[in-house]
Design a protein around this ligand. Structure first.
Ligand code: MOS
Length: 773
């Protein structure tokens, strides 16, 4: 392939650091408390503390807020309500404002007396200490005229409607390919099943938190717990009527995000307004219960999946319907159908989304949004099909293996799903499985094997980075990306080290600041690919600059060489035709009095594809290579459960995941990330559910005591492997990203294992003991 841009594959065929299981470079800072999170900038002069008072009722109007007692308390600086909140230049309350702001939610609390959901902020109290703010907030007397709320799409008062588009207006509410209804009606094998998914919350360890500091009347710095500093900067500057340059957003460390920190929510700008009102820096950290009503959730939803198939198990029709709850203003639904459209070869496909408005806040991206619940429905139904036809669940998947993307007809940029199946089955011992359900026992316990396919798209995005190399051989590498805790600091240090041919310990890597080159949100699994490619491209820019220095330097062995004839290998600038002729970058820089050199680069999605197209435009014989590609990662999960037939408890006892996700940047952090994602997938399968009271539309278990997540004792040792992929199309590094794929298919693998153990098919998540018995 003749790409015009360099790629890591060509310049670094035997990478030094990339791929190695390097320990986290930020590990020491974290375990010694040196790493500062958004709510830990405590040395700001006059730092004050904000506390939210939220509504207990889910629908109504505020009639009166009596703050007199609160305001008399020592140390209280302000009580902000809809009556006195400093006015915002723009709010998301109308469609245009929402778009300009890029807000996840088309409603800003504290702008009117209307209450739309339980947990909505109705007042913010600021005091000199946290305890004083909490005490004063408790003293506010709030009178509300309550009305009967609508709790969900299941509410009798709820009205279903067909939105034009869902998920931030990007996914069509109806997709049709082929002739699905007719194909289903004609199919010799027909399955129709309904799947329910509980509300899930993200529950990162670190809550949403903001420290707002007005350094001048028109200059704001915000330390924010966000997955994207640039998006937060845009959102705040638009709402405040400032230019982007006037708002600096800093996020050096994150204690997880899982999607809830992928957008800027109301508490952030409210804290900024509070800081303006009191003329001091103000800090707000959401409480754990407030985390259930402040930063979105995975919506409650029902899916119906119809499968039409031939008697030998080939899919002929897939018809998917999703119904879910949304807020009074937004048409958000996570896009479940996308994975159903691409995972298996099937000529006829249809997907529709229906929504109902209820008194809840807007739901949002939550840990593999769309793919996680979509794959639950599809992968359970595929399992049903296998049992119905007497085929092995793995065999039914191989019979429907998609050699190209069924939704577009495009070739895959790379796909190693068959190897994932094969390797996973081997590691797990899948061949030992009894084909019949409910037949395998370990003492009194029922034993089940289940498996499922995983996939996640490589989303379109681009980012930038800056690299500065010093003559003494160390480097400063900068980008405005964020590290959710998954290892961005570490893997980017490795990429920079290899791109500059220096050791990782010589690299200082900085991220999480709008002052640094712009990078995309760390969401949708895009950070690893985009940021690594940006750094690699910045290094290439730097080498080109240094080559120019060499060819103009009379003392250089490369003096008067053509720049295009010079390459960089092992940090040595040398003639391509005669590698003996050249010199190391340090020798050159010291002699040429170049103390440092800087490079800037852009990492682009599909850059390999674009480059191939450029090559094809220049040379039509390359046209086939340039063919448009569909870019996805794929994988397979294998799960063993043991079910107590008397108690209905399910334990996951063995786990194997094998993924093909392009280049893996660090064997250790990647394995950890897949393990983490599989664990929260197991959480969604067996434990996680937020219960919304059907009458009051309030969450009844908004705490980590009552919202169950897996603990160490719930999880066995897990086996994770990767199939090495060399994908030249995605980006310069060939990295697909592994943030979300880890969870996709996990709930189905567990549910399929429970079926194999018990013969009972449970189509409602989570699979709690009451459903098993
Ligand atoms: Mo992820 S749910 O796209 O932050």
């Amino acid at each position: 392939m003749d790409f015009t841009e360099p790629s890591f594959f060509e310049t670094n065929p035997k990478a030094g650091s990339v791929g190695q299981p390097l320990d986290r470079v930020d590990g020491r800072a974290k375990v010694t408390g040196q790493a500062r999170y958004a709510a830990e900038y405590n040395n700001l002069p006059g730092l004050s503390h904000a506390v939210l008072r939220t509504s207990d009722v889910a629908k109504g109007r505020i009639q009166n807020i009596d703050a007199s007692l609160a305001l008399k308390q020592p140390g209280v600086l302000a009580v902000l309500t809809h009556l006195n909140l400093p006015k915002l230049a723009k709010t998301p309350n109308d469609a245009e404002g929402k778009k300009a702001i890029g807000a996840p939610m088309g409603f800003m609390p504290l702008t009117s007396d209307v209450i739309h959901y339980a947990g909505q902020p109705v007042a913010m109290v600021v005091a000199d200490t946290l305890e004083r703010a909490q005490h004063a907030a408790a003293l506010l007397k709030i009178q509300v005229a309550a009305e009967a709320p609508i709790a969900s799409y299941e509410d009798k008062k709820a009205q279903l409607f067909d939105p034009e588009k869902v998920q931030d207006g990007k996914t069509k509410a109806r997709t049709v390919r082929g002739n699905p209804q007719q194909a289903f009606a004609a199919a010799p094998v027909q399955l129709t099943h309904k799947y329910d998914h509980a509300i899930n919350h993200h529950n990162p360890m670190e809550p949403g938190a903001t420290t707002a500091h007005w350094e001048a009347p028109d200059r704001l710095t915000v330390y924010e717990s966000t997955q994207g500093v640039t998006r937060t900067q845009k959102s705040l500057s638009t709402m405040l009527g400032l230019s982007a340059e006037q708002v600096r957003v800093v996020t050096k460390y994150l204690g997880g995000g899982f999607g809830c920190k992928g957008s800027s929510w109301p508490h952030t700008v409210l804290t900024v307004q509070a800081a303006r009102a009191v003329g001091r820096p103000v800090k707000l950290a959401l409480t754990r219960p407030q985390m259930f009503t402040s930063m979105g959730h995975r919506e409650d939803q029902t899916q119906t999946l119809k499968i039409g198939a031939t008697r030998d198990g080939k899919l002929t029709a897939l018809i998917h319907e999703k119904t879910s709850t949304t807020s009074p203003w937004d048409n958000y639904a996570e896009p479940n159908s996308k994975i159903i459209n691409i995972l298996y070869e099937c000529p006829n496909f249809e997907a529709t989304y229906q929504l109902a408005r209820a008194n809840v806040m807007t739901s949002t991206f939550t840990r593999a949004p769309g793919e996680a619940p979509g794959s639950f429905a599809l992968e359970c139904s595929m399992d049903d099909l296998a049992y119905q036809l007497g085929l092995d669940p793995l065999e039914i998947r191989l019979r429907n293996y998609a050699e190209k993307d069924p939704s577009t007809g495009q070739a895959w940029s790379s796909k190693s799903l068959k190897q994932c199946y094969q390797r996973g089955a081997e590691l797990f011992g899948w061949s030992k499985r009894n084909p019949k359900a409910g037949q395998t026992r370990d003492g009194r316990l029922l034993v089940g094997y289940g498996m499922a396919t995983a996939s996640y798209p490589v989303h379109n995005n681009q980012g930038t980075a800056r690299v500065r190399l010093y003559a003494d051989g160390h480097a400063l590498v900068q980008t405005g990306a964020t590290d959710l805790g998954t290892g961005t600091y570490t893997v980017m240090t490795q990429v920079a080290a290899d791109s500059l041919w220096i050791a990782p310990e010589k690299v200082r890597f900085e991220l999480g600041d709008t002052k640094l080159p712009t990078a995309p949100n760390s969401g949708g699994s895009v950070a690893a690919g985009t940021v690594s490619s940006s750094i690699y491209m910045a290094a290439q820019d730097l080498w080109q600059k240094l080559i120019k220095v060499a060819v103009l330097d009379k003392k250089s062995p490369l003096y008067r060489a053509k720049a295009a004839d010079v390459e960089v290998k092992q940090g040595r600038l040398q003639l391509k035709s005669n590698p003996q002729k050249g010199e190391g970058f340090a020798d050159l820089m010291k002699r040429a009095e170049t103390p440092d050199v800087e490079g800037n680069g852009q990492g682009r999605y599909g850059s390999g594809y674009e480059d191939a197209q450029a090559a094809a435009n220049a040379d039509p014989t390359k046209k086939d290579e340039a063919g448009n590609h569909s870019m996805h990662s794929f994988g397979a999960h294998f799960c063993e459960v043991k079910v107590d037939p008397d108690l209905g408890t399910v334990r996951v006892t063995r786990w194997v995941s094998v993924h093909g996700a392009g280049r893996i940047l660090n064997a250790k952090t990647a394995r950890s990330q897949i393990i983490g994602g599989s664990i929260f997938g197991i959480g969604s399968a067996l434990m996680e559910q937020t219960v919304r009271d059907p009458n009051m539309a309030r969450y009844t278990n908004a705490s980590l005591a009552d919202y169950h997540i897996p603990v160490n004792a719930d999880i066995p040792d897990m086996t994770v492997e990767f199939i090495e992929e060399h994908d030249p199309y995605i980006n310069a590094m060939g990295v697909k990203g592994i943030g979300e794929i880890s969870m996709v298919g996990v709930a189905a693998a567990v549910a399929n294992a429970v079926f194999h153990a018990t013969g009972k098919r449970i189509r409602s998540l989570p699979i709690t003991p009451d459903k098993v018995l």
